[in-house]
Design a binder for this molecule. Sequence first.
Ligand SMILES: Nc1ncnc2c1ncn2[C@@H]1O[C@H](COP(=O)(O)OP(=O)(O)OP(=O)(O)O)[C@@H](O)[C@H]1O
Ligand SMILES: [Mg+2]
Length: 512
Amino acid sequence: METTANGGPLLVMSGIVKEFPGVRALDGVDLTVRAGEVHCLLGQNGAGKSTLIKVLAGAHQPDAGEIRFDGRPVRLAGPTDAMRLGIATIYQELDLVDGLSVADNIFLGHEAARFGFTRRGQMNRAARRLLERLGHGEIPPTAEVGRLPAAGRQVVSMARALSHDARLIIMDEPSAALAHDEVANLFRIIRELTAAGVAVIYISHRLEEIREIGDRVTVLKDGRTVAVGLPADRTPTSRIVTLMTGRTVEYVFPERRPPREDAPEVLRVEGLTLPGHFHDVSFSVRAGEIVGLAGLVGSGRSEILEAVYGARRPAAGRVLLDGRPVKGASTTAAVRLGMGLAPEERKAQALLLEESVARNVSLAGLRRFSSLGWLDRRRELAEVERQLEALDVRPRDPRREVRTLSGGNQQKVVLARWLLDGRRLLLLDEPTRGVDVGARAELYGVIRRLADEGIAVLLVSSEVPEVLGLADRVLVLREGRIIHEAPGAELDEESVLNMIMEGSAMGAVGTP
Ligand SMILES: Nc1ncnc2c1ncn2[C@@H]1O[C@H](COP(=O)(O)OP(=O)(O)OP(=O)(O)O)[C@@H](O)[C@H]1O
Ligand SMILES: [Mg+2]
């Protein structure tokens, strides 16, 4: 199963070069993938992973280098060329069309299949079969994609890749939007695919995933291949991290400094209810405290954050900031009162992709820099540069269009915005999604520093160890209700996972 009909590897990319104005994103990259393997591509934010797979998907034209597929040199002039060879891609920034239905998205650009479907019902049935295969028969093929939650959109993107009878499926951080149980489901599908001889290129910043699903690892650094063919299950983490970063990084959480006994309550939530999402939720966050919400995707985590921020109107209950009830649901009022939200779907909700980094970072802080009606641009730029440095955004150029930053660096821009402006309360939804292991530790440090300065932080993350390692206090959510509360230091991952899965239909997924 390791080789193709002619005995060689399925894919050989050699000496791939790709330049963008002012950046050599790929500087002679080599990648060899065998049929039936899960080949992991690792590298820091901005190392060139997404660029490389865009070359392979026909979305970027390389400036130099050769691609052989199935032993033959190929030219991938556009996405259709790649598709025709059996190369399907699930992009990091999902490229779904919001206004179209689930089924339309799955079969988009699918000439053969589309013309084969004489009736709409047939296409919907085919879509349903693919969704069921992915363990998500509950997603209606007729639903509008734009209305699905992040995890649902990810599933649709997967279904589209599966619809192509692919020989090579590229997954760029597929697990970033998925919770623990969903990842188990994704891995089951990957195993089915590879057993049938399909090759998978898997990109993720979560090393424990690489160990579980990966066969071999290629490491990129600054647009070059620095290691090939490492065994995914046996290569020590320290070695991988050193290859990626050129230094040794400890994956540690900053020391907790719980808030003082007399620290004032910044946020109080009383009996908050939004039918279908969460029920009778009450808790508080004090100045200097980090409170974490742990729960599955769909447990109501993100919706609670959005209700606090005024983006959703709860049916019952109230939100108090500094002891005063926040009236009406309005995000403008929330920002004025000193709340900041770093949302889960940053591309859709948080970033002006065509605008510069500086403009994106200073969006919320604009008022602080305007004196007598005009903007003090120099001060603003200096302040923005300080934040970019603190978060290690690369490249550190405030004038660059956000669109041209790598996924992880875009995430840092969203966070930098709220760090710039003095906030009372920060609502962080998946703050480290897509951020590499090296930068993660830095980000944790930044969040803890903010808390130490007296900011109240409410944190949501699918990664339970992150919630336990960072939060002073953890609220465990199941099906929209808080079922447990304890200091982060007193909880362990397994018991939290048991609590959040107990009684849910998916509890069995992933157990042998
Ligand atoms: N369209 C573009 N125009 C200009 N520069 C770009 C463009 N796309 C990517 N780059 C640059 O190329 C480099 C590699 O980016 P790439 O997105 O491939 O990184 P990555 O390894 O996928 O990182 P991440 O883990 O953050 O997703 C970065 O310096 C990025 O800013
Ligand atoms: Mg990327």
